[in-house]
Ligand binder design. Structure first.
Ligand code: ADP
Ligand code: ZN
Length: 437
């Protein structure tokens, strides 16, 4: 059984990898300078030109890119290739207010799918396997990326998309799926449903799962492994950098190997931007070395984690990142959708014409996220009749759904019932414990 998808790269010596990255970085900086006026301007503002970047040792001289830059550049401002050479657009989950779109040339798609093929191979996948892709298909990168990777490996691919859980289980059984790919919360839900249907892991043929796109804990891993009778592998990615497969877990299940031949990872202090030494906890920053259409340099992910170059017994030399341990911004991932509290605040302001007191409460019941927005009523709101309260609730609920693509339970409460804080308002109460402590 092939252990690696691309042994030459995945097990490359440190010196060779650095040389490869050095060469690619010099070229990529030139490509961005020549083709992305927005980033060229950022470089000029910092007094850096492509001549200053001779190797990865000079990476720290380059300016950062943030999600705000992506929003400001929406939709074409960071495009690094002519549109006629682009073949695909993907977008971050669900949101209208804070949408990020990424473009791909055919070469970018090949590179991305290749990364996913490495992840599938690391989870034991071969052309003998049947891969059930239960990530959503569409603008979301989850379905498309894993689907392409599964084809590359030559697996029999079941493009199920998410939802219709009983049918997922029926197909899984009838067609002998061996590898399940979806979000960890959906995997847990499939496990729960299997049990409810009176079935056990012995009734299915799964051996492994590749789960990502949202944070999950070791406890959740154990639960999923038990309920489905599999080994559960983590996979990490973000739309801005391509999608799932930026990094992936090997059989050691001890951190995710970053595909360093395509993406340079740095850890920085989120407050100062200073690059931190290996082993420090900080914000993960990626530089894409090969992307043509959407070539982001020093993109700040806002994910907090630690990098390690300690030898991995799987044989891969690719640097490992821990599971994200938190975020340096306030982004929540609820039901797989990226949610910023500011989006909710915007809706409240629009619907109430005033700053309301509110609180967002997120929890997990069984394996499903619950999402409640408590909004305090005030005298100015003209909610003196039950009917007007109901109408307000309905309007809020519809507006939230329109912006986020998911539903929230709206609870209107008595004036002064939401606790006031003397410092920063506590807007979010997340009871889920999605990150490992
Ligand atoms: P994707 O479409 O690849 O899920 P998005 O761009 O919508 O990506 O969201 C990316 C974010 O999702 C990451 O920055 C990270 O916060 C989170 N994420 C993705 N994979 C994982 C994972 N395996 N564990 C924890 N968080 C993850
Ligand atoms: Zn390994």
């Amino acid at each position: 059984m092939a252990k690696y998808w691309n042994e030459k790269v995945e097990c490359m010596s440190r010196e060779d990898m650095k040389k490869l990255q050095d060469e690619k970085l010099v070229k990529q900086v030139r490509h961005v300078w020549d083709n992305v006026p927005y980033y060229k301007k950022l470089m000029e503002e910092k007094g850096v030109t492509p001549d200053d970047i001779k190797s990865t040792d000079d990476l720290h001289k380059l300016p950062f890119l943030k999600k705000d830059d992506l929003r400001e550049c929406y939709p074409y401002g960071l495009l690094g290739a002519p549109l006629k050479d682009c073949v695909r657009i993907q977008s971050t989950s669900g949101t209208t207010g804070k949408r990020v779109v990424a473009f791909y040339t055919q070469n970018d798609i090949d590179l991305w799918e290749d990364c996913c093929a490495r992840a599938i191979t690391a989870a034991g996948g071969t052309s003998e396997d049947v891969v059930q892709v239960a990530y959503g298909y569409g603008l979301f990168t989850g379905g498309a990326g894993i689907h392409g990777g599964s084809h590359k490996v030559g697996c029999l691919t079941l493009p199920m998309s998410s939802g219709n859980t009983e049918r997922q289980i029926q197909f899984m059984r009838d067609l002998n799926a061996t590898i399940l790919c979806c979000t960890p919360s959906y995997a847990a839900y499939i496990g729960e449903t299997l049990k409810e249907m009176g079935l056990t892991p012995n009734d299915i043929n799964l051996k492994a799962g590749i789960f990502g796109a949202e944070p999950w804990t070791e406890e959740m891993r154990q639960e999923i492994e038990k309920s489905l009778g599999i080994k559960a592998y983590d996979i990490f990615g973000l739309t801005e950098i391509s999608g799932p497969g930026v990094s992936f877990e090997c059989s050691e299940q001890n951190g995710m190997h970053i595909n360093e031949d395509h993406f340079i990872a740095e850890i920085i202090n989120p407050e100062t931007g200073e690059v931190l030494p290996e082993g420090s906890k900080g914000e993960l920053v990626f530089t894409s070395l090969d992307k043509e259409a959407f070539p982001l340099l020093r993109y700040r992910t806002r994910d907090i984690c630690v990098l390690s170059r300690a030898k991995c017994s799987c044989g891969r030399t690719l640097v490992r990142m821990t599971k994200p341990m938190g975020r340096s911004d306030d982004m929540l991932i609820i039901k797989g959708v990226n949610v910023f509290p500011s989006q909710i605040e915007t809706v409240l302001l629009k619907d109430f014409n005033a700053t309301p007191n509110y609180q967002i409460v997120v929890d997990r019941v069984g394996n499903t996220d619950t999402f409640e927005i408590k909004v305090e009523l005030s005298d100015e709101m003209h909610t003196d009749t039950i009917k007007s309260v109901e109408m307000l609730e309905k309007k809020l609920s519809a507006d939230i759904h329109q912006i986020l693509g998911i539903r929230a339970k709206i609870t209107l409460c008595e004036p002064k019932s939401i606790p006031r804080s003397e410092g920063k308002a506590v807007r979010v109460i997340d009871k889920r414990k999605v990150y490992n402590a």
